[in-house]
Design a protein around this ligand. Sequence first.
Ligand code: GLU
Length: 485
Amino acid sequence: MTETTAATDGTRTTTPGTEVVTRFAPSPTGFLHIGGARTALFNWLYARHHGGRFLLRIEDTDRARSTQPAIDAILTSLRWLGLDWDGDEVYQSARADRHAEVAHRMVEHGHAYRCYLTTEELAAMRAEAEAAKKPLRVRSPWRDKAAEADDSRPFVVRLKAPTDGAVTIEDRVQGSVTVQNAELDDLVLLRSDGTPTYMLAVVVDDHDMGVTHVIRGDDHLNNAFRQLPIIRAMDAIEGGWPDPVYAHIPLIHGSDGAKLSKRHGAVGVEYYRDELGMLPEALDNYLLRLGWGHGDDEIISRTQAVEWFDLAGVGKSPSRFDFKKLENLNGQYIRVADDERLATLVADRLDFVPTDEQRELLGRSMASLKPRAADLLDLANGAAFLFRKRPLEMDRDATALVSGEAPKLLARLHAALDALESWDTESLETAVRQVADDAGVKLGQVAQPLRAALTGRKTSPGIFDVLELLGREESLGRIADQMIV
Ligand code: GLU
């Protein structure tokens, strides 16, 4: 449970009790992008670090803009990133009655009121504010006329916001931030059709879900000052509505310092998985380091992250998204990833369904492909030679490599390799070196045409690995296709 004490200056300190409850509350109007994924990760880590719970709430109150594909993409992406949530996800739209109930309770207790201002009256107030070059802060004339409830006219329910004093938030990331109440307005809680606004819904849901820590993008800091008066009003009415601990994390910027846009990589997490061939642990590690640090540690395992994560380590300034760093980190994770797992991921990317034999070959090839791969695309491209059909189609570089003297060298190689008793990398290397020596050329002059003949390309894993992976029959066949005896 959480203990809250009200200080005389209106600020409160919330002492988290035994259980920490965090939540991720995406609006499913688009896919889960990089910034959202990081917010989810920080919430997940904070909860796991404290042995608490991490909840998921889909904020789908904007029915026109929320879509099922977006919800699916969010759930799939979170699962892919390994950010499992406790219990079932909560759908905000299903809770509209509860939100309205809270608003009505606030009206009953004088913390909110029915406002009958017409559209024209509001437009006039807006015009007046504009003329005075002031932002529109609604203090409706209905604020103090609560007794005159009239069901025959449309009304909205507005918060009777405090007009003097100030609210201070001790934000765990932003520090102490104060806003004068005079700067806030009587925000709408229920629209004239009785539907709740976002401000009300967030507060009610966080309370009902027992959320103790609100960790979210700092674009929501202003909202916190609008949400707190609702929380405090409800606490005054029924108690048990403590202020949550707030942590507003700086947004992610592009590498050029501008707000992150599509151009910078602000695409859905699925894009990183499908189009860029990233591993989830690499993306998690990258996102963790984006705005949070533990000394100079670059590679941080899940276990270490859970052990080390805290809000004190979150920086105050926006971090820059650096795609090169992410790519590099992904390469490092590829190198330590399990071969069988990688082979399965690569198999999914082939444009055919591999036979059992091909699948097994793929598994064996990972060890030699991994060192050069930055992502799964590289692995899949690198493995492609294994499955090409004879005679191989040579690309331009490879064609050049198998011309001139090369076909004759290839014939010598063919003879030497054909004579081998054992087809292992050691015997293969000895034989190839011998051919180079006998021909009086450098190893590279033999290895390059050999590589081209075996793969149809100029680059490949180590040539002896290639020979071993392809096996005797296929290797000799491919060499024969390019040689002149
Ligand atoms: N639904 C909001 C968003 O996607 C987040 C609300 C919150 O975290 O309080 O930006």
